[in-house]
Design a protein around this ligand. Structure first.
Ligand code: ADP
Length: 190
């Protein structure tokens, strides 16, 4: 069992790298952003609630997000590990994740944080916005808001897992395969 958190600012390449890690290590990829987009696409009550925050570049409230995450983990017990992408994004979510895993006698093995400069993030997200159909990818002020939320509310999660020696910073600039190799080296070191 390997349980990883793929961490980093919006647009840092978490989704891209998660797909490659899943393939190599046979993990279940849980992306809260993808789960919200699925709910929004189906106009569920959860999706409609999430939409009002996501389209402003704000975080969806923890109560909603944690419940959705817990449900996904609980309904997929027989896996060889989880890769959490876009979660936890607050200290409160990190504590909830640790307790959820502890109930199942599991732990987070490593938090892999992709390091990408702000200018590059904005460039990548605007580029993605041309094809993603995501309203939150098409407006520079919403993107800036997401970056601010990351710095204020999410980056403390790196320090939270650093206390137990789990956090590592990985260079997220460069080509996709090169970044994947850096992540692989960290997974092998577990
Ligand atoms: P990105 O990493 O590019 O910002 P995501 O797909 O991870 O994209 O997230 C898109 C949006 O979904 C976030 O800006 C936020 O509004 C919401 N979201 C995703 N994960 C969480 C979370 N763990 N807690 C609160 N909101 C979340």
């Amino acid at each position: 069992m390997i349980n990883l958190i793929l961490f980093g600012p919006p647009g840092s390449g978490k989704g891209t790298q998660a797909v490659k890690l899943v393939e190599k290590y046979n993990l279940l990829h849980i992306s809260t952003g993808d789960l919200f987009r699925y709910e929004m696409g189906n106009n569920t009550p959860l999706g409609l609630e999430a939409k009002s925050y996501i389209e402003k570049g704000q975080l969806v409230p923890d109560s909603v997000t944690i419940g959705m995450l817990k449900n996904k983990v609980d309904t997929n017990p027989d896996v060889s590990g989880y890769i959490f992408d876009g979660f936890p994004r607050t200290i409160n979510q990190a504590e909830a994740l640790d307790s959820l895993l502890a109930e199942k006698k599991l732990v987070i093995d490593k938090l892999l944080s992709l390091k990408v400069e702000d200018d590059e993030i904005v460039k990548r997200i605007l580029h993605r916005g041309k094809t993603s159909g995501r309203a939150d990818d098409n407006d520079a002020s919403i993107i800036q808001n997401r970056i601010n939320v990351y710095k204020q509310e999410t980056s403390p999660v790196f320090d939270y897992y650093a206390k137990t020696g789990k956090s590592v910073l990985v260079e997220g600039m460069g080509d996709i395969d090169e970044i994947f190799e850096r992540l692989n080296a960290e997974v092998h070191a577990i």
